[in-house]
Design a protein around this ligand. Structure first.
Ligand code: FES
Length: 279
């Protein structure tokens, strides 16, 4: 008899009728209905993130096709982050028309990169897999799909290009930082208005989201077995590791704030509200 067998016998002897708990966490794949032993509102985060992502996609679609009121001039220099950098002939704030052949909304040209970065983000993948595809709905909950191929087939295999989108994301974070600097420009010189603060917060949140990326952390600390031989990378890896656990928070904050920044520019450009200048 093994050591564990002795323990089992001992427990059984002292508890003649031990309570038994049927273990059926998650049930079977392709089950007819949700089955779980989880208590509480396990579905609430999925519902909240699903609603949030849906609303943002609706707003972003409207903004991308709006093709107007995305720039505030006349003593201000605010460009909506959905339209930055503005490269086409339809832009109103620049003479640097690189893509003059593009006749549609310039946002449609720009959003491929930040949109691709967000769509392939590890966090957002988890969110939309759970909220929209129920694959799975949550940990320990029945998987409704009969088959599972992970991210090994088209189209989900495309999510593996996330690490390459990261390089574009760094460029865009730099551009949005430049836009935040331009937001200090006023007709009489430099100053700070409400829009300036909104643009600064937007740039900070974009950097936090971009640098807390899991691919960024791997870029800094991966591919090495001996940190003592790569002190610079180790330094960056330690710094990134501080913000990386909060990536989900930065993903949401930056998402909401980029929409808010665009809406603020839209309202000021429309003349609906006035942009107050503090000094
Ligand atoms: S994992 Fe979310 S941006 Fe890279």
């Amino acid at each position: 008899m093994t050591r564990y067998g002795v323990i089992l016998v001992t427990l059984t002897d002292s508890n003649p009728k031990p309570a038994s708990t049927p273990v059926s966490l998650g049930g079977v794949r392709g089950g007819p209905k949700v089955k779980t032993l989880r208590k509480g509102a396990w579905w609430l985060p999925q519902l909240a993130s699903g609603v949030g992502l849906f609303l943002f996609v609706v707003y972003a679609t409207w903004t991308a096709f709006r093709n107007g009121h995305y720039y505030v001039g006349n003593g201000r220099d605010y460009l909506s982050p959905f339209y930055s950098p503005c490269l086409t002939s339809s832009c109103v704030n620049t003479s640097n028309h690189v893509f003059n052949w593009w006749k549609l909304s310039p946002a449609l040209l720009i959003l491929i990169f930040p949109g691709g970065f967000r769509a392939t983000c590890y966090y957002y993948r988890k969110a939309y897999y759970r909220s929209f595809w129920f694959s799975p709905p949550a940990c320990g909950v029945t998987e409704p799909h009969k088959k599972y191929s992970g991210e090994t087939k088209f189209p989900l295999i495309l999510n593996n290009i996330h690490r390459y989108f990261w390089y574009f994301a760094v460029v865009f974070a730099g551009i949005l930082t430049y836009d935040a600097v331009l937001a200090f420009r006023f007709s009489g010189g430099i100053g700070i208005g409400l829009g300036t603060l909104i643009f600064i917060i937007n740039a900070v949140l974009i950097w936090l989201y971009t640098l807390s990326c899991h691919a960024c952390r791997h870029l800094c600390g991966g591919h090495t077995n001996t940190f003592s031989k790569a002190p610079v990378r180790y330094w960056f890896w330690k710094k990134i590791s501080v913000i990386n656990p909060h990536h989900m928070l930065f993903a949401w904050l930056s998402l909401v704030w980029i929409g808010f920044t665009d809406f603020y520019v839209y309202l000021v450009a429309m003349g609906t509200i006035h942009d107050p200048k503090f000094f």
